[in-house]
Every structure is written in C-alpha cells, then in structure tokens.
Design a protein around this ligand. Sequence first.
Ligand code: IDP
Ligand code: MG
Length: 152
Amino acid sequence: MAIERTLILCKPDAVSRGLVGDIISRLERRGYLLIAMKLMQLDGERARAHYAEHKDRPFFGDLVSFITSGPLVAMCVEGESAVDGCRQLIGATNPLSADVGTIRADFAQTIGRNLVHGSDSKASAERELAIFFDASEHVSRKHDLERWLKDS
Ligand code: IDP
Ligand code: MG
C-alpha cells in the first residue's frame, strides 16, 4: 500500500459554475480523505510558482491570469495511490480526450477551462502542497484512514 497526499484545485471556473460540490463528491465517493481545504484567491507570484514548469509555454500568461481571476478551492487529498487515482478521476487535460465519467469529460468543454488541477507525481504534490498549505493546516484523518484500510 502507498498512502499518498496530493493537491487538488477546483479552479475559478469550477467555483463560478457552482461545481465544487460535485467535484468534492466524486473524490469522497472514491474514498479519498480531505486533509486540508480552503477557498482563496491566488496571487500572481504563487500562481507562477505553481505553474513554473509551463513558464515558457505560449499559454502561460493566460493560465496565470485565469487561475488568479477569481476564488479557487485548494484541497489536500489523501488515499491509496492518491496522485494517480485523482488524475484518473479528473481525466485528460483536454476534455475532448478525457474518458466519459471523468470530471473533465462530464463537466468541461475546453483545455483552458478544464475545472480541476491534480498534481502529476508525488514530487509535484509535495512541491505544490507547500505553495498552498502550511503543515499546520493539515488535519489528521488517522482513524478514518485506519478504518478504510481495515475494510479494504
Ligand atoms: P494538467 O492540468 O492536466 O496537469 P498541464 O499540461 O500541467 O495539464 O497544464 C496545466 C494547465 O494548463 C491545464 O490544466 C490547462 O488548463 C492549461 N493548458 C495546458 N495546455 C494548454 C494549451 O495548449 N492551451 C491552453 N491551456 C493549456
Ligand atoms: Mg499539470
């Protein structure tokens, strides 16, 4: 077993379209545990740090202005292989390539408004979680995790 933590963002389009509940619900139904969560508006500095790997891509400017354009919901999610599992639930970057049943295929139309972010590796998750949360903001779900492990 590999219990992992990952960063999930309901991006500003998800907040403004009222889809935060549906997105969280899909994560919870899978059994993932919320460890931290906040509604916030990202500043440019943190947005550029979060998306640093894309800094030379032509869409970087639009990406930073969009992610800072309104409130988002940031979450730390924990579970078995949570990094890959959440990416599976979220679906491919372009909603047109995402499998039906994933968040992006079911709720989104375009790559620039694809609703959700999920870290793409354990190393990215660690780096990105530190941008959004202090260690003290993570709560313990030890008992829920133990029960979940016992039942699975
Ligand atoms: P991911 O969110 O599936 O990990 P990344 O390749 O890391 O995808 O890209 C980060 C975000 O940048 C995407 O979620 C998407 O919103 C945006 N993006 C990626 N590629 C393009 C593009 O070609 N045009 C416009 N926006 C893009
Ligand atoms: Mg990515």
